[in-house]
Design a protein around this ligand. Sequence first.
Ligand SMILES: Nc1ncnc2c1ncn2[C@@H]1O[C@H](COP(=O)(O)OP(=O)(O)O)[C@@H](O)[C@H]1O
Ligand SMILES: [Mg+2]
Length: 220
Amino acid sequence: MSVLEARGLRYVIGGRLLLDGFDLTVGPGERVAVVGPSGSGKTSLLALLAGLAAPAAGQVLLDGVPVVPGQVPPGVATVLQGHGLVSLLTATENIEITLFATGVPPAEAEVAAREALASLGLAEHAGQLADELSGGQQQRVAVARALATGPAVLIADEPTAEQDSASRELVLSRMLGRADTGKSLVLATHDPEVAQRCDRVVDLGDLRADPLGRSGLATG
Ligand SMILES: Nc1ncnc2c1ncn2[C@@H]1O[C@H](COP(=O)(O)OP(=O)(O)O)[C@@H](O)[C@H]1O
Ligand SMILES: [Mg+2]
């Protein structure tokens, strides 16, 4: 069980100020949806929260310990756009190598990888190369890989964007169901139903639309 906190984040990219004085606390078992129009900074925020990008000011903390940009902390797993699979490894091997890196022995890793794939409807594709899978299947392998490590915090960028309705439900139920054991979720989505099923919605569009201009963000 972990607490992920963003404190006073400022983020500028391509000459655009995307976040300024941005605060967020995600408690144990909490599920937060990040929404907002394309270009509003959802992916950027997730990258900051995961330690994949460096803020211009402020910091991200996991259980009170500062997250070092460039180092995804243990206990955090990500599902990113593009999926980040190794194309010449099978679906199973893609998950196994992640588990090896956390010290899981090979025999256990293979069982865990197959279980994770099966739980996302991918049992029949376990031995296929990532390259041979459809975009939606690759996205589910990336979800399976992230879930297989049992992370305290899962950070997922539009994890249902490439799924049909049945697979979307599988992905959502696996991600949301972890809250029962105190595990947290931050996901970006354009899907109002996905956002509604989370405990809280953070709307990055609202930062721009703020009539008081509290964050001082430019529109456009
Ligand atoms: N590497 C980059 N270089 C320049 N601009 C970028 C880069 N990455 C993102 N941006 C810009 O930052 C803004 C926010 O992007 P992003 O975080 O991907 O938003 P979202 O995920 O909400 O669509 C966009 O205007 C995008 O063009
Ligand atoms: Mg995005």
